[in-house]
Ligand binder design. Structure first.
Ligand SMILES: [Zn+2]
Length: 213
């Protein structure tokens, strides 16, 4: 089963993807992770990525699609979760072609819907464990009182430097301009499911499970 998690920055896609990885053995494909992994892998695609990054150029859609192709062909795990890709209609078309070419299907596109103002409040409250990446939130999931990560016990928490309101609004605009058209795109393909992304993490998990089962 292959799915896309769709939603604005800070909607909780990463948290939900990690839960699906843990509970269902799915494999999360996030563009950033794939690029880092490829760079260190020494594969053909990896050398191309390393070159492009060394020259300080932007990674093209073709490269990302190439990396996804490698993953699909390796076919590990119980299916893939696309997180942060596709980001544009052109990428959605390309992903559709690639899945078809590799004999795979896209089984669900889950839109995590959140109110913009709530999103601003939520994202500025977010921090992560510097050691394991566990996500905390001042409102919904505060850092443990003993100052130690509940997942790995480290005590080095980070707040993303760009988690301030201005940069969030810039990223939101980017999402509305380029990515939100995917909601209509997948709705028209009869693949879209919408969950309320603002609930408790467990509630959102339940809503997503309902879509997948
Ligand atoms: Zn940790």
């Amino acid at each position: 089963m292959n799915i896309i998690l769709l939603g604005p920055p800070g909607a909780g896609k990463g948290t939900q993807a990690r839960h699906l990885v843990e509970t269902r053995g799915m494999v999360q494909l996030s563009t950033g992770d794939m690029l880092r992994e490829a760079k260190d892998s020494g594969t053909e695609m990896g050398k191309i990525v390393a070159d492009v990054m060394a020259r300080g150029e932007l990674v093209t859609d073709e490269i990302v699609i190439g990396l996804i192709r490698e993953k699909l062909e390796a076919g590990e795990g119980a299916g893939f979760i696309f997180d942060g890709f596709p980001r544009t209609l052109a990428q959605a078309d390309a992903l559709g072609e690639l899945l078809k070419a590799t004999g795979q299907t896209l089984d669900a596109v889950i839109e995590m819907q959140v109110d913009d103002e709530a999103l601003v409040a939520r994202i500025t409250a977010r921090s992560t464990c510097g050691a394991c990446g566990e996500v905390y939130n001042d409102i919904t999931k505060p850092q443990p009182a003993d100052g130690k990560c509940s997942n790995c016990g480290a005590s080095d928490f980070k707040r993303r430097a760009d988690d301030n309101e201005d940069s969030l609004r810039t990223r939101l605009m980017e999402y509305y301009k380029k990515t939100s058209p995917l909601i209509g795109y997948y709705y028209a393909k009869d693949m879209l499911a919408t969950v309320d992304g603002l609930g408790e993490i467990a509630e959102v998990q339940g809503a997503i499970a309902k879509v997948l089962d």
